[in-house]
Ligand binder design. Structure first.
Ligand code: ADP
Length: 215
């Protein structure tokens, strides 16, 4: 299966993508995670991406598209993937179409996670990530770890992402509306979009998503 996950920052894409990918047996490809890995490894790509991410802006397409393409060409991605955070604008959506066309492949579905804006802000402000694994995500209020600052799953250190600060979140939301939302219409015109509510317990959202994808 080839699936694109879209939704505003804080919709729970990372949480859901990890669960869905596991359930469907396909790799979870997150451009945000790829950038963060490059930053923590101190690569040239990471160095170039960091300033844009800190500001809440999109990393330029010439960096992002090549990185996403490289990842999608890895052997584990041959029979499908769940893309999280890519494409994020029309140019990236067109680049993905070209890539798929060249490979004689097609998208199966675009899953749109819907969440009201005031909820998004609350989710991001309380979000804490594990340094060891970006799939280990907590919220200080909604899904608190047993011990503050420590990951329940692996004991790793929990931290707040640099771009989860309030000023940056506002900018990320603006960018989402102006750059990313247009790709939903683009995919709607191809009949690929299913919208589900991302409110409620994590497991309920996953079930809703699986029903939508398998139905
Ligand atoms: P979220 O979905 O919560 O906003 P991500 O982890 O997906 O967070 O992305 C964090 C940041 O990484 C974005 O704000 C942006 O700066 C950068 N980024 C991720 N994916 C892309 C992309 N496809 N194109 C450009 N920039 C991206």
């Amino acid at each position: 299966m080839r699936i694109v996950l879209v939704g505003p920052p804080g919709a729970g894409k990372g949480t859901q993508a990890a669960l869905l990918a596991k359930n469907l047996g396909i790799p979870h490809i997150s451009t945000g995670d790829l950038f963060r890995a490059n930053i923590s490894q101190g690569t040239e790509l990471g160095r170039r991406a960091q300033e844009y991410m800190r500001a809440g802006d999109l990393v330029p397409d010439e960096i992002t598209i090549g990185m996403a393409k490289d990842r999608m060409e890895q052997p584990d991605a041959a029979s499908g993937w769940l893309l999280d955070g890519f494409p994020r604008n029309l140019a990236q959506a067109e680049a993905l179409d070209e890539l798929l066309r060249d490979a004689g492949q097609a998208l199966d579905s675009v899953l749109d996670l819907e969440v009201p804006e005031d909820e998004v802000v609350k989710r991001i402000a309380g979000r804490r990530m594990c340094r060891n694994d970006s799939a280990h995500i907590f919220h200080v209020e909604y899904t608190p770890p047993k011990e503050p600052g420590v990951c329940d799953t692996c004991g790793g250190e929990l931290y707040q992402r640099d771009d989860d600060r309030e000023e940056t979140v506002r900018r990320r939301l603006e960018v989402y509306h102006s750059e990313t939302e247009p790709i939903i219409d683009y995919y709607k015109s191809q009949g690929l979009v299913t919208t589900i509510s991302a409110l409620g317990p994590v497991a309920d959202v996953t079930q809703r998503a699986l029903t939508a994808l398998k139905g």
